[in-house]
Design a protein around this ligand. Sequence first.
Ligand code: ATP
Length: 373
Amino acid sequence: MATLYDEALPYLQLEGVGKRFGAFQALSDVDLQIRRGEFVCFLGPSGCGKTTLLRIIAGLEQHDVGRIVQAGRDISALPPADRDYGIVFQSYALFPNLSIADNVAYGLVNRRQPRAAVAARVEELLALVGLPGSGGKYPAQMSGGQQQRVALARALATSPGLLLLDEPLSALDAIVRLRLRKEIRALQRQLGVTTIMVTHDQEEAMSVADRIVVMNHGVIEQVGTPMQVYREPATPFVADFVGKASRLQAVAEGDRWFRAGALRLQCPPGQAAGFRPGAPVALYLRPEDRLVEGFDATHPGACSGTVQRIEFAGSNCLAEMAVDGLPGQPVQLQFSLNQMEEFGVREGAALRFALRTDRLRVFPATSSAGAAA
Ligand code: ATP
């Protein structure tokens, strides 16, 4: 399948891809470039079109408009068998009547390789996914996690240029899921295979992806590294969907100043431009973007409030604060368990803190704020 192409170009390129199911627009104008060896996650809520996009790349679904180029070759019209990928589905999709070895060998046998070469490759693949010597077993004799490793071995059998993973971990229990996702990432790095994984789990995407493609209602909202989509969400949807954030309704006052209730907050330069005084906006702030000490009353985000509720989340807790001068707009602050003790954070306690105004994100209030809720 090797095609000569310029390595400086993206390995996979989607240009203006669109798809309708009857009257329903499942994907609109999807542009995306993926570099060779990248691990990219398609992340978004149920129904946003991520699986449809993956299936279009695989040729299992035909797009209506646009172009798909893989390794310099326009694959838009090619049937799945003529494309260069391996795929793993959520349901392990192994053949129950075939041994594990025969399942893994499936793609190789179809390509008419000599029997001894197939057997050696199968053993190599099973070792690669941590299941050496399991070739004689049958799928029913294996756990869900093991079956998914077999599915991975099968997908990698032909050393495809592209590995497509359609929610491969969502049928597994939490511990197996965590372990397997680490293993998939390590394997992907080892092999250097360009990989796309569909997931609706933002933590999963953040932990494995080089870049995340955040999707909503059939469009790409943002493409960026996990840090970029978390720290610099491009849209209110991304700010809501990835991680936790407090959203404050505010009004622009000019010169990057915004008024939320009785608070006046100044946003950092660069992202608060173009809001005319009087324009309604939504300000977003992550729960960890707060100070509890090391600031004084002149700090631009200094405030006080009362702890309304505490949500325990393992080593961290989220305290929902009723902020003085900001009625009806609770702000979530994050504390470690040690900080809870240190700062006396408990329900009903009064607290002085400062919002990290340098971390505020500002969006027009009229856009899709809250769409992820
Ligand atoms: P999920 O995580 O729930 O699978 P998703 O983001 O992967 O969600 P898709 O499976 O891509 O979403 O589906 C996108 C939209 O297209 C959904 O509204 C779905 O109902 C619709 N859809 C998908 N396949 C078809 C089909 N064959 N016929 C009609 N509508 C479809």
